[in-house]
Design a binder for this molecule. Structure first.
Ligand code: FAD
Ligand code: PHB
Length: 385
């Protein structure tokens, strides 16, 4: 197997394959330090934790991850809890993507498995026939990797999806007219659980990485530059978007990281092209509001690892043949939920005052209706694989 990309999708796939003694080389264009410096997801579904356990890398996540039994929704000056445990019997685990990546990298290094970091000019070919090849330049030397299959785990901007002939792929996309400005800081989280806030000035999210490290986001303009946002300006804006008693309780401090992420919904169909399988952000993007991106990447590679195990160990093509349809069924459910939750919580420039009042009416209905709250909870905690 050749795996392009050492993000969570590529690393987890390799770890799952290693459990079945299936050889996999990972080719990554960046350095390991760079991959670890990207601050992204924070919420893991139970299915994702189960896959980490299956891959033998769940120990630290189970020890240090925070079990969250619900989230809070803030709107119209009030705070309302959605109780996952009561509504679904399930919970989520708050554990950073950086930590997942770190655990996967360490386990890979410990088993002496190869990851070629800082690979330049990565190209793939031959996946429509019997002999796929991944070619790249490392330390000035051209490397050629002949393999049975290629897993394209190289994210939204990667080379794998871009190498598929245009007529073989259909893409669906929605770009949202705003972004998220995120700040990481070593301050205790304002509340034990996450707060998703709908406010006239825009969305805000209070998240966390541990009892001592917080991750906060505010909806921002796509024209904003990170350098324009001082730490003080960020904290002021965050507090303005929270109910008064919560705003007063926010502990501020110097940011360790600050970045702006655009919001996008995107799906490429199918996810298999001969001997090339796309997985994770290479095949689909969700806006981060539903906390689904990393979890979808994990379930994609869960399906792929099962399909490959059936192929190598039982000589069956069935799992590989079903890969694309299985993933896409899950992907579209997550796309719908992430789009809905994003549309409900953000200030949408085109919707005006009427749209804002409608959001408040829908949120009031949501927190007052057991079936509507259950639908949110079920989607947030995730479906079984
Ligand atoms: P990536 O993490 O993008 O990894 C792809 C890798 O491929 C990268 O290391 C890249 O350097 C490498 N690569 C790219 N091109 C090439 C090439 N040509 N050759 C070789 N290598 C290449 N998801 C959640 O589930 N929960 C959350 O709470 C959540 N919060 C988020 C918050 C933010 C602000 C953002 C931006 C995202 C969030 N996500 C969340 C989404 C999640 O981070 C992504 O879905 C996840 O990183 C996808 O993993 P991946 O391995 O598919 O892709
Ligand atoms: C995060 O902690 O980074 C995070 C949490 C929940 C989301 C998105 C991001 O919906």
């Amino acid at each position: 197997m050749a795996i392009v990309g050492a993000g969570p999708a590529g690393l987890l796939l390799a770890a799952l394959l290693a459990r079945h003694d299936i050889d996999a080389v990972i080719v990554e264009q960046r350095s390991a330090e760079y991959v670890l410096s990207r601050i992204r997801a924070g919420v893991l579904e139970q299915t994702t934790v189960d896959l980490l356990r299956e891959a033998g890398v769940a120990d630290r996540c189970l020890q240090e991850g925070l079990t969250h039994d619900g989230i809070e929704l803030s709107f119209d000056g009030g705070l309302h809890r959605i109780d996952f445990r009561a509504l679904t019997g399930k919970h989520v685990t708050v554990y950073g993507q950086t930590e997942v990546t770190h655990d996967l990298m360490r386990s890979r290094a410990g088993a002496n498995l190869t990851t070629d970091y800082e690979a330049a000019d990565v190209e793939i070919e031959g996946f429509d026939g019997e002999h796929p090849v991944v070619r790249y330049v490392r330390n000035g030397v051209v490397q050629e990797l002949a393999c049975d299959f290629i897993a394209g785990c190289d994210g939204y901007h990667g080379v794998c999806r871009a190498s598929v002939p245009r007529e073989a792929i259909t893409t669906y996309e929605k770009v949202y007219p705003f972004g998220w400005l995120g700040v990481l800081a070593d301050v205790p989280p304002v509340r034990p659980e996450l707060i998703y806030a709908n406010h006239e000035r825009g969305f805000a999210l209070c998240s966390q990485r541990s009892k001592a490290r917080s991750r906060y986001y505010v909806q921002c303009s796509l024209d904003d530059q990170v350098d324009q946002w001082s730490d003080d300006a960020f904290w002021d804006e965050l507090r303005r978007r929270l109910p008064a008693e919560i705003a007063e309780a926010v502990t501020t401090g110097p940011s360790i990281e600050k970045s702006i992420a655009p919001l996008r919904s995107f799906v490429a169909e199918p996810m298999r092209f001969g001997r090339l399988f796309l997985a994770g952000d290479a095949a689909h993007i969700v806006p981060p509001t539903g906390a689904k991106g990393l979890n979808l990447a994990a379930t994609d590679v869960g399906y792929l690892a099962r399909g490959l195990a059936e192929y190598y160990l039982e000589g069956s093509d069935a799992g590989l043949d079903e890969y694309s349809a299985r993933c896409l069924s899950r992907v579209w459910k997550a796309e719908r939920f992430s789009w809905w939750f994003t549309s409900l919580m953000h200030r949408l420039p085109e919707a005006g005052a009427f749209g804002f009042r409608l959001q408040q009416a829908e949120l009031t209905y949501l927190v007052g209706s057991r079936s509507a709250s259950s639908a949110l909870a079920e989607n947030y905690v995730g479906l079984p694989i």
